[in-house]
Design a protein around this ligand. Structure first.
Ligand SMILES: *[C@@H]1O[C@H](CO)[C@@H](O)[C@H](O)[C@H]1NC(C)=O
Ligand SMILES: *[C@@H]1O[C@H](CO)[C@@H](O)[C@H](O)[C@H]1NC(C)=O
Ligand SMILES: *[C@@H]1O[C@H](CO)[C@@H](O)[C@H](O)[C@H]1NC(C)=O
Length: 211
């Protein structure tokens, strides 16, 4: 399970910004009454298109270690999200802002003080080493199983981080929050796409305060 998490950082962050959103929006069937909202989202993305195109051409797995680039991505994501605003009515725009906000939360945690630990410990490699089998679609709604797997996964990662001197406890906590938010958002997003249930599409940052 969680094999997908190897590329999770690139995915969360790039799906929060790069051409995926544009592609997604352009290919999305526009529901009745959603034309205006759809147009608004595209208008908010448009000024950033040169940067997004550049990113699409140059983004590699190693880009997660490029803090300057990633902070720029986060800034663009925030700008787009602020431009779109709240009170959305349509599923496609809800999913876009959810991805932007989740990516923003995760990115802010990683590309802050915790980055010292992230880069020295090579967290994406640790994630890969802690990965087991992929999740069966039928297990997507078994929260017991998902919670168990999540705990094991994060425990495995934490064990590796404790060995790295720059991974002071505060930094590990930040990465832990980022990881939980990323995994939860991933499942919320997948369930949303699977069952079109927008109930889960609310990033509750407070949930991660006491971790
Ligand atoms: C984000 O928006 C702010 C305020 O509108 C602007 O000054 C800044 O240049 C924008 N950043 C990016 C990366 O577009
Ligand atoms: C991942 O596992 C491989 C093989 O066991 C090991 O050589 C490598 O150092 C590990 N990487 C990290 C970052 O722990
Ligand atoms: C959910 O996963 C748990 C733990 O693996 C398992 O014991 C349980 O039978 C599963 N529940 C369902 C409804 O499949």
């Amino acid at each position: 399970m969680f094999k997908f998490l190897t590329l999770l950082l690139v995915l969360v962050i790039s799906s929060a910004s790069a051409g995926r959103i544009v592609d997604y929006l352009l290919n999305m069937p526009i529901k009745n009454g959603c034309f205006e909202e759809h147009r608004k989202v595209l208008e908010c993305v448009e000024p950033h298109e040169p940067f997004i195109n550049l990113l699409e051409l140059n983004l590699q797995q190693s880009s997660v270690y490029n803090i300057g680039l990633m902070r720029k991505v986060l800034q663009v994501s925030k700008n787009v999200s602020e431009c779109i605003g709240e009170d959305l009515q349509c599923d496609s725009s809800k999913l876009v802002t959810f991805a932007l906000n989740a990516g923003g939360y995760v990115g802010d945690k990683i590309y802050g003080d915790a980055f010292h630990c992230f880069i020295n410990a090579q967290v994406p490699e640790i994630m890969e080493n802690c990965t087991t089998d992929d999740l069966d679609p039928s297990e997507l709604y078994n929260t017991t199983l998902i919670d168990e797997t999540k705990d094991k996964y994060f425990e495995c990662i934490a064990q590796q981080l404790y060995k790295v001197p720059s991974c002071k406890i505060g930094r590990i906590v930040d990465l832990y929050k980022a990881g939980h938010a990323a995994v939860d958002s991933y499942f919320d997003g997948v369930r949303f796409i699977d069952r079109a249930d927008p109930a889960g599409l609310n990033l509750d940052e407070l949930k991660y305060c006491d971790i």
